[in-house]
Design a protein around this ligand. Structure first.
Ligand code: PFF
Length: 454
């Protein structure tokens, strides 16, 4: 017997929860350093195209499958294509979000640690050498990052345990609007710093000679990661949507807020980096290494202002990471409770325990286990590459093929337009269906292949 399913309470709740999943470390930590590494504005242009032409169609595909079936990813495949090989897609998209959660939580833990450092005024008080060396020492140490990872993951589990409405909906609705205000304040501040102009130019003037197939593939992977696609998260959240919600509006609303947030985060981080005379290509350390240095420098003259901005900044990262991490955990919890009859508590703890163990190994891969390599990468990098470059695009590709080719067009039409009752959706349906059926799968495949061969 299937249990009664919970639903999100309102349209605002759906958009907040989906935006909460989308907006996360991908926007504040990953996007600015990818922009820095892959040549600035040209990367952003490709990223925007990838978001519109490839990511958004996957978003619609996942929402259509999720709401139509009203089930977890595995149950969705069994409902819409019973006893076919599509069940493997359902299973794949249960495993991949837990893998992401495990290493994501390590970075979530870093933001916990940095928030405490900011609260203790550490950035201003330390010497130059201490500040620049801190990140390297911290991630290479054994216990500190593991404890931080544990704190982060336990918080995630606590929110998921409370349920879809009382946990996820309540938390995202309370925090997402605050996040927007905070990131706008930080970006505005960053733009007032003397010397930030260079950063603005870097973000706005594209140099297309920097584009290579791997830059395009990285932009595509980033677009998928940022919108939480290809791993069943959006599918699962859409399964909690009521039948009268508008899939077009929630998709566009989520994608627009995600993009807006990423660009704001770019404007919060990159101009400050230029103002401090540092290079934007610092990689994953950009936010955790370069920004503390800026807070430190500022602290010499304005200790209070520097501490407050540092606190606000790391709090923003932490909350954004939490709202994303809960969505990763919910995918597996929905599966275990609905398909395996586990209660929510047991399902949540079982998956959290798995993510904790893998996360500990990822954390140690910066220190004691750094010599252990998988296909030439330490575990953390291996899993990040495996997920963003392979599992997400593969899952996304298969979701578009499923909706474009396996589901009857009439069902897709019915779901996307709420039985033909929504005008804008009716008008856009042929375009959306074309993007799902042809443009997105071909686009993903071509990017995959060129990256692999060139
Ligand atoms: N979209 C999240 C971010 O940008 O941080 C990351 C993410 C969340 C990826 C959920 C995958 C997922 F299922």
């Amino acid at each position: 017997m299937k249990k009664e399913r919970e639903n999100f309470g309102s349209r605002a709740a759906v958009i907040m929860a989906m935006a909460g999943s989308a907006i996360g470390l991908g926007n504040i930590w990953r996007f600015p350093y990818m922009v820095g590494e892959y040549g600035g504005a040209a990367f952003i242009v490709v990223y925007i195209f990838a978001s519109l032409l490839l990511a958004l169609p996957i978003f619609f595909a996942e929402s259509i499958i999720g709401r139509r079936s009203g089930a977890n990813t595995f149950g969705a495949m069994e409902t819409l294509a019973p006893r076919t090989r599509w069940k493997w897609l359902g299973l794949l998209t249960i495993v991949s979000p837990v893998i992401i959660l495990s290493y994501y939580s390590v970075v979530g833990g870093w933001s916990v640690e940095y928030l405490f450092k900011a609260l203790a005024f550490d950035f201003a008080a330390a010497s130059d050498a201490e500040v620049t060396g801190f990140f390297g020492r911290f991630i290479a140490s054994t216990w500190q990052p593991v404890v931080a990872h544990t704190v982060f993951l336990a918080t995630v589990a606590g929110i998921v345990l409370a349920g879809v409405k009382k946990g996820i909906e309540k938390f995202t609705k309370a925090t997402m609007p605050v996040l927007f205000v905070l990131i706008v304040l930080i970006a505005a501040y960053s733009l007032t710093l003397p010397g930030s102009r260079g950063g603005v130019d870097y973000l706005l003037r594209p140099d297309f000679s920097k584009l290579t197939p791997s830059v395009v593939a990285a932009a595509m992977g980033q677009a998928f990661f940022s919108l939480s696609l290809g791993v069943g998260t959006i599918l699962t959240y859409a399964s909690y949507m009521r039948k009268d919600e508008n899939l077009l509006a929630s998709g566009l609303g989520t994608a627009a807020s995600d993009l807006f947030f990423a660009v704001l985060a770019g404007f919060a981080v990159v101009p400050a980096v230029f103002a401090a005379g540092l290079a934007p290509g610092a990689g994953p350390g950009l936010v955790f290494e370069t920004l503390p240095y800026i807070f430190h420098k500022m602290g010499a003259t304005l200790p209070w202002a520097s501490a407050i901005i540092a606190i606000v900044f790391f709090l923003t990262i932490l909350v954004a990471a939490l709202t994303s991490a809960i969505s990763m955990l919910e995918v597996g919890v929905a599966y275990l409770t609905e398909e395996k009859g586990m209660d929510r508590r047991a399902a949540t703890w079982a998956l959290t325990a798995f993510a904790w163990v893998v996360g500990v190994l990822c954390s140690l891969s910066f220190g004691p286990l750094s010599h252990v390599h998988l296909l030439g990468n330490p575990l953390f990098d291996f899993l990040d590459k495996l997920c963003s470059n392979w599992l997400l695009p593969l899952g996304g590709l298969l979701f578009t093929l499923f909706v474009g080719w396996k589901m009857p067009r009439a069902d897709v039409y019915d779901e996307f337009t709420n039985g033909g009752t929504l005008r804008a959706n009716l008008l856009l349906f042929p375009l959306v269906h074309f993007l799902i059926r042809y443009a997105a799968p071909v686009g993903i495949f071509v990017v995959f292949l060129t990256d692999l061969l060139l």
